[in-house]
Design a protein around this ligand. Structure first.
Ligand SMILES: Nc1ncnc2c1ncn2[C@@H]1O[C@H](COP(=O)(O)OP(=O)(O)OP(=O)(O)O)[C@@H](O)[C@H]1O
Length: 802
């Protein structure tokens, strides 16, 4: 016979009117009965936004299977380390794996079980009964559940409030909220035998380790960090109050998935009652990190009927040309560029054609009187201004892991009647989806290359002496670029221009002009992947020196899309080389090149997003005593995103945030803005200057450049590196002056003059550069560095063969 509280629990449901409820309450069990009864409801609720349970937001019902569908939709919110949550009503085989999964709570579990034995609170209320007191009659925990269920229904339908001999099994069918109330209202818990005690301890250990349970707890806003504490407190409560039937039933289940699933709804009721503040706080935190439905962030753009024209095709097919025609014809136009360099090109070109156009980049604002047109870098886009026509160039950059958010924001937020997107087809599908969310009309214009790109099968046979006039040799490190330049100039009569990312845009343009100009000896270009975008170059043939590059961590193959973008620079309509050729230095790399060119464009599934300062500020309001870096970290862990978006990488921002931690007196907004300053985080000098700028700014001291002007062009690589570094610091100063109170940066003019002069010195230096390149002193070893010098990454084919 079941005794005590269990009898009353049973009686509470042992009447005809409760038959249907009893069925529903079988959700506590690991049968699939829930699926049968509530499938309709589950489908309806799946349509609700996550966490949005209008009727009873914190009820146990919200942990029902429909709710669990929601959890599985929240993978982004849960973070990449989280696994797909199995529904609460999932069958036991799946659940077993989840419950035994130690990934989430290994340490917390250890804490629970080790503390358990010595827990004063729980220990004092417990008397062990002697092992020998166990009788066959009492020990009914191994009863087959299905048969117990049948028995229960029979009893209920008879309308008898009779407690049968398997009372503790029936506990499983009770309403968890009732069970919780029974426990809560009980004066004392039952006396436990040693074996029962041990089993219960193990069950709670399993619960606190359960990834399934901690995932489910998120649905009632019990955060992962708080979950182990909540379980621990629940365990104390349980040991103080547990009834004989509940104990017996749990002991019969043992430390298992089923036991956790039985306890969990009671735990939920307990949490709702005991932790309203923690729940409220976590809920607010989650809500403040909500990045779902980003199209709703721009109500003015949503109120407009925008026409989106996607100019879709490979490089060199006339996309930008056509979009710029519409831009120039418009009364008021905006051109959004991926690079400062390209923004400058368009600014110059459009003004030369008689269309007044201003320039706005992170570093400079050039206002042309009476201009209605603006050429800007995409990060500088204003979503407040109204335009007739806007052009967003290189729209596929929406998927860029670091900068993608700027393109996404421009597409979602621009207030323009007509928006022209230029890019390859990789983001076409996602743009279609975004337009269906925003309600904008989408028109697609597909392009083909003016002339097909031809692969030269002969290659350069590993010999740079086979370089010819009009070639662009592409290498993926600064060091290689200078080695190639030196080798070509030493062994042939060609002279080389160089283009790489660390050079100021002015110098890159100067080098491009030098190369394009047919009346000088500079007829070969040696460049990094920086050549892939933005410059109009008269390239006859693109030669890949290697097709692998160092990604800051290891040497990896260059992606197919990048190979295509770079190779596509060969042959340009209107240039002296309208037919484009491409090849590799080594025969071994040729297959990889061909493979990349043959590959269709990727179909991008997600595009980048990053919170505005206001969103980060709202989130910061939910946390106390955290550094800005931790704040960003937590935002990343807790933010929720729709399936079409990812949170852009912010390691770079976090590194700067970490360094600026020691600067006192910066407001959150200033700190946020400082973290976006363009700084090479691998250059200690540049980082030092940024720290200095931020310190002066925080103390309200005018921010000084404090930098000597080099007297002459570089005569060795160290001096060249120094010029590059100095220019980057000046560029950072100018950027800060545009993003903070101008009065605190009184040396803008001086910085501009110095930057221009240094760009000039760099150009001069490159013309005569014939020295061995040095590595930047970053403290990190160069990849594949050998005692006898740097070794060019070998052919990918060879690497593969190895
Ligand atoms: N209709 C045209 N008349 C004259 N020149 C054109 C025309 N279309 C394109 N061009 C020229 O062809 C070259 C390539 O065009 P454009 O830059 O528009 O190509 P794209 O597809 O945007 O390539 P990328 O992605 O490399 O920028 C440019 O120099 C451009 O001026």
């Amino acid at each position: 016979m079941a005794r005590g509280p269990a009898s009353s629990l049973f009686r509470a449901y042992a009447s005809k009117k409760n038959v249907s409820r009893i069925r529903v309450f079988f959700c506590n069990q690991y049968t699939t009965s829930f699926g049968r009864h509530d499938r309709g409801a589950s489908q309806n609720l799946l349509l609700c936004p996550a966490f949005d349970v209008p009727n009873r937001p914190f009820s146990t019902n919200s942990i029902s299977p429909p709710r669990l569908g929601l959890t599985s939709q929240r993978q982004d919110f849960l973070g990449p380390d989280n696994f797909l949550v199995k529904p609460f009503s999932s069958v036991v085989q799946d659940g077993d794996e989840d419950v035994n999964d130690n990934r989430e709570g290994g340490s917390s579990a250890a804490l629970v079980s080790s503390e358990c034995e010595f827990d004063a609170d729980s220990g004092k209320s417990i008397d062990f009964e002697h092992e020998s007191e166990v009788t066959d009659e009492e020990d009914g925990g191994s009863e087959d559940y299905d048969s117990a269920m049948v028995e229960l229904e029979n009893v209920v339908e008879d309308g008898e409030s009779v407690v049968n001999s398997e009372g503790h099994v029936h506990v499983a069918s009770h309403d968890p909220s009732e069970l919780y109330r029974e426990l809560r209202d009980a004066e004392n818990g039952v006396k436990l035998r040693r074996s029962e005690w041990d089993t219960l301890i193990e069950i709670f250990g399993v619960m606190s380790r359960s990834g399934w349970a901690s995932d489910q707890a998120l649905a009632i806003y019990i955060g992962k960090a708080f979950f182990p504490t909540a379980v621990q407190k629940f365990r104390k409560f349980f040991f103080l109050k547990c009834s004989a039937d509940v104990v017996k039933y749990l002991v019969s289940l043992g430390p298992s998935d089923a036991a956790v699933k039985f306890l969990f709804p009671i735990f939920v009721e307990y949490c709702l009652k005991e932790f309203p503040d923690e729940i409220k706080q976590f809920r607010s935190m989650i809500e403040s990190a909500d990045l779902t439905k980003p199209h709703t962030w721009f109500p003015f753009a949503r109120a407009m009927k925008r026409k989106i024209i996607y100019h879709c095709g490979p490089t060199n097919s006339g996309k930008t040309y056509n979009a710029l025609q519409r831009f120039m014809d418009a009364k008021k136009g905006l051109y959004c560029s991926p690079l400062r360099l390209l923004a400058m090109e368009v600014f110059d070109k459009v003004n030369a054609l008689g269309v007044y156009c201003s320039l706005q980049t992170g570093q400079e604002k050039k206002y042309v009187p009476f201009s209605n047109h603006v050429s800007c870098t995409v990060e500088m886009v204003s979503t407040d201004e109204l335009y007739d026509v806007a052009v967003i160039d290189e729209i596929q950059m929406m998927a860029d892991p670091n900068r993608g958010y700027a393109w996404t924001r421009a597409l979602l937020g621009l207030k323009a009647d007509e928006i022209h997107l230029c890019g390859d087809p990789s983001v076409l599908n996602i743009v279609r989806k975004i337009c269906s969310d925003t309600g904008d009309e989408l028109y697609e214009q597909h392009y083909e290359r003016f002339k097909p790109l031809v692969v030269e099968a002969k290659t350069l046979l590993g010999d740079l002496r086979n370089v010819r006039s009009g070639d662009c040799v592409v290498a993926f490190s600064r060091r290689e670029i200078f080695e190639v330049k030196m080798a070509i100039e030493k062994y042939t009569n060609h002279r080389c221009c160089v283009i790489y990312g660390a050079l100021p845009p002015e110098t890159r343009r100067q080098q491009a002009n030098l190369f394009n100009d047919q009346d000088n000896e500079f007829d070969v270009l040696v460049a990094s992947d920086a050549v892939g975008m933005g410059l109009n170059l008269n390239i006859r043939r693109v030669v890949f020196y290697s097709i692998s590059k160092y990604n800051g961590d290891k040497v990896v193959p260059v992606s197919a899309s990048q190979v295509k973008q770079i190779a596509g620079r060969a042959g340009r309509r209107g240039s002296i080389y309208p037919d484009g050729l491409t090849t590799t230095l080594h025969l071994n790399d040729l297959d990889y090149l061909i493979e990349c060119l043959k590959q269709p464009f990727d179909d991008v599934k997600k595009v980048g997003l990053f919170p505005f300062f206001e969103q980060v500020e709202l989130f910061a309001g939910q946390l106390h005593n955290v550094t800005f870096c931790e704040l960003l970290e937590k935002f990343g862990q807790n933010c929720r995103l729709d399936g079409s978006y990812f949170l852009c990488r912010h390691d770079h921002i976090k590194k700067v945030a970490n360094m600026l931690e020691k600067v006192q007196g910066l407001s959150l907004e200033n700190r946020f803005n400082f973290c976006f300053a363009p700084v090479n985080i691998r250059d200690p000098k540049a980082m030092h200057h940024l720290l200095r700028f931020a310190s002066s700014y925080s103390q309200n001291i005018p921010v000084n450049v404090y930098m000597g002007m080099p007297k002459a062009s570089a005569s060795n690589d160290a001096e060249l590196l120094d010029l590059e570094s100095k220019h980057q610091v000046l560029s950072m100063y100018l950027w800060l002056s545009q993003h903070f109170e101008r009065e605190q940066f009184p040396y803008v003019q001086k910085a501009e003059t110095m930057a221009t002069d240094i760009a000039g010195l760099l150009s001069e230096s490159l013309v005569k550069a014939n020295w061995k390149p040095e590595a930047r002193k970053t403290g990190k070893p160069m990849p594949q560095q050998k005692a006898d010098g740097f070794e060019r990454p070998r052919s990918l084919i060879k690497l593969k063969d190895k």
